[in-house]
Design a protein around this ligand. Structure first.
Ligand SMILES: [Zn+2]
Length: 415
């Protein structure tokens, strides 16, 4: 009964309350209008090596895509330091003001461009998709692994003709689908001829956008394979520090150095991002250092990227967590991540905790499969004690070398 009365009250407020409410809303609207003038739409250009376009105006929002520098975008709102970017009539993104530079007010909203010519041809590195397009555009590449696909979304682009020419030299794609999702949002889907992808990259300029699809792995042998190894942290960045003072950077480098000699012994070409106790970049900020590592590891002939770390518990009971974890970001990195994790924890005799998808900075490129291993917990007293002996580094390096070997054996036999 009481509930009913309350409900009735809520549904039927007196006219007096209504009038007061309306006046209050009007006052708030007028006050806001006076203090925050409407944003005047303008062009901005991406400036960062990796500009994040997100689903909302904060860093907590997920990424829709990551763009290179030099892409002009149209901003039609500004909230909390983020510009709102209409990518297509049904899709907008938000970009931090720190990732773009506003252009002169005289720069007009970029017109939708017509895409008239698409071709795919084979080159030494794989297959290259060439789109004739006058100005660089915002894009997104999505990788699928089952079935193996690459999907290229182009924003501000209209398919003027649906024809796609596949030249006989193209060995990477077997069917290409073209679709106009909405006006100004074109989508090309490349169905690939092989299961384990090796990477892709996009370049724009000189009137074209080029998507390189790297050719598949062809042999199981480690001979000639290029492995890029990133011993985590270094220099002024110690990484995690254990209860008795063991530094993660030292253990990481010791494992990486042993892994290098094991892989070289089997014919691989190993490139270390650091082989001394040092930073890779200028080390001015953590982000600058991570970007320097990502840039240094971006090598056109790389076959696999491995970042070697040891783990720590950020807060809570440091002794409670122990064991091995492995991380990946691009879908093509899931298989090597799983293989590395299993060999690493078996060789170390550690608890096999999990593999996990996570956008760690050095994993955020799709040029090559990228894996980050956390061998054990430096914050755990038992595992920290083990890290003091050479045996630990040897066991970790052995596990990783076995993982690298098995990965190439599997992918060479899949196709
Ligand atoms: Zn680390």
């Amino acid at each position: 009964m009481i509930a009913c009365e309350v409900y009735a009250c809520l549904r039927m407020p007196s006219t007096r309350y209504f009038a007061a409410g309306r006046a209050l809303v009007l006052a708030i609207v007028l006050a806001c209008a006076a203090s925050a003038p409407a944003f005047a739409a303008r062009a901005v250009v991406t400036t960062e090596p990796r500009t994040d376009l997100r689903t909302g105006p904060s860093k907590a929002h997920n990424r829709i895509t990551v763009l290179p520098p030099g892409i002009t975008l149209w901003a039609n709102d500004f909230v909390d330091g983020f510009y709102r970017i209409p990518l297509a009539p049904i899709l907008h993104a938000w970009v931090s003001q720190g990732h773009v530079r506003p252009l002169d007010r005289s720069v007009a909203c970029p017109a939708v461009q017509s895409l008239r010519d698409i071709s795919v041809k084979g080159i030494e590195a794989g297959s290259v998709v060439v789109l004739r397009i006058a100005r660089p555009v915002a894009f997104r590449v999505t990788q699928g692994i089952q079935p193996p696909t690459l999907t290229l979304d182009l924003f501000g682009v209209r398919l003027a003709r649906y024809g796609v020419r596949q030249l006989p030299s193209d060995r990477c794609t077997w069917a290409i689908e073209a679709e106009q999702v909405t006006d100004g949002w074109a989508r090309l889907t490349f169905n690939l001829t092989f299961a384990q992808q090796r990477g892709w990259r996009v370049a724009q300029g000189d009137g074209s956008l080029q998507l390189l699809i790297r050719r598949p792995y062809e042999t199981a042998s480690l001979s000639g394979k290029v492995i890029v190894i990133d011993p985590g942290h270094g220099g002024s960045d110690s990484g995690a520090v254990g209860p008795t003072g063991v530094r993660e950077k030292t253990v990481n480098l010791r494992i990486a150095a042993k892994l290098k000699s094991l892989l070289e012994g089997r014919g691989a070409v190993v490139r270390m991002l650091r082989d001394t106790d040092s930073a890779v970049g200028s080390g001015s900020t953590q982000r600058a250092e991570l970007e320097a590592r990502l840039a240094a590891s971006d090598q056109p002939d790389a076959d696999l990227f491995l970042s070697v770390h040891n783990n720590a518990v950020g807060s809570g009971n440091a002794a409670s967590a122990y064991g091995t974890e492995t991380y990946y970001w691009s879908p093509m990195s899931a298989l090597p991540a799983r293989i590395m994790q299993n060999h690493l924890s078996a060789s170390l005799g550690t608890k096999n905790r999990f593999i996990s998808w996570r956008p760690f900075y050095v994993l955020r490129s799709s040029d090559v499969p990228r894996v980050l291993v956390e061998c054990a917990f430096v914050s755990n007293p038992t595992e920290e004690a083990r890290m003091k002996s050479e045996k630990f580094a040897t066991a970790a390096a052995n596990g990783l070398a076995m993982g690298v070997e098995e990965f190439f054996q599997i992918v060479a036999n899949v196709d």
